[in-house]
Unconditional design. Structure first.
Length: 230
């Protein structure tokens, strides 16, 4: 790996995988379409979190181009989706030269519903396909942050779509949250974890703003820039 950054090696490996599958890329393609090949690799190998902007907010969705990922979730699918099978996603679960050269990808979206996980078709545009993150990485970061916040107060700096926000003093320590809410530890536990159980809050962490009693702030996990102990 000497002399080349990781994204270049990922792009080179993906070009090799695609060639083995019958898609031969012209000379210079890896250098000219590196980001697109990295997106192709992530979508084809994992469940991804895709970020896009809508109405001045970041929105997040689970997407993939991997048949193995869909099969791994088969037992969790809603009955109607399980019955339909995956044949209707043949385009979304394959890769074309047009996708690679344009940077726009057809994918399968997974989302939670009352009767299980549902599937739909989702096209990622050129800009949104450049903001893909493996879910295992996002989840690992969120869990480590959660563990830190449960132990102490921190000063957290993050960005929203309008730019860098002033530092937020926050914690998930149950005793501190209960005192801040003026309630019992049991009720504080229920309140502080409510958004974690809500699929629509994916990509955001609802945190107490300790400088304003009773006020929670939705912090975009992927745009946290600094966490300092108070």
């Amino acid at each position: 790996m000497d002399g080349l950054p990781l994204d270049t090696w990922i792009a080179k490996c993906q070009a090799l995988f695609l060639a083995q599958g019958g898609i031969q890329l012209p000379a210079g393609f890896v250098n000219d379409h590196r980001e697109s090949l990295v997106s192709s690799y992530l979508l084809g190998s994992s469940l991804c979190v895709a970020e896009s902007k809508s109405g001045g907010l970041w929105e997040y969705s689970f997407v993939t181009k991997s048949p193995e990922i869909l099969r791994a979730h088969e037992d969790q699918l809603a009955p109607t989706d399980r019955k339909k099978g995956f044949d209707r996603f043949s385009e979304q679960l394959s890769t074309s030269y047009k996708e690679l050269s344009s940077g726009s990808y057809t994918t399968v979206r997974l989302f939670a519903d009352v009767d299980g996980v549902r599937l739909s078709k989702r096209t990622l545009g050129v800009s949104s396909s450049r903001f893909l993150f493996p879910y295992y990485g996002v989840n690992s970061f969120a869990m480590r942050l959660k563990n830190t916040l449960e132990r102490q107060k921190v000063r957290l700096t993050y960005r929203d779509t309008g730019g860098l926000r002033p530092p937020l003093v926050t914690t998930l320590d149950t005793g501190v949250v209960a005192s801040w809410l003026g309630t019992t530890p049991t009720k504080a536990e229920l309140t502080k974890w409510a958004d974690w159980l809500n699929p629509s809050s994916m990509g955001y962490m609802s945190l107490p703003d300790l400088s304003h009693r009773g006020q929670f702030v939705s912090v975009p996990i992927l745009h946290i820039e600094k966490v300092e102990r108070c």
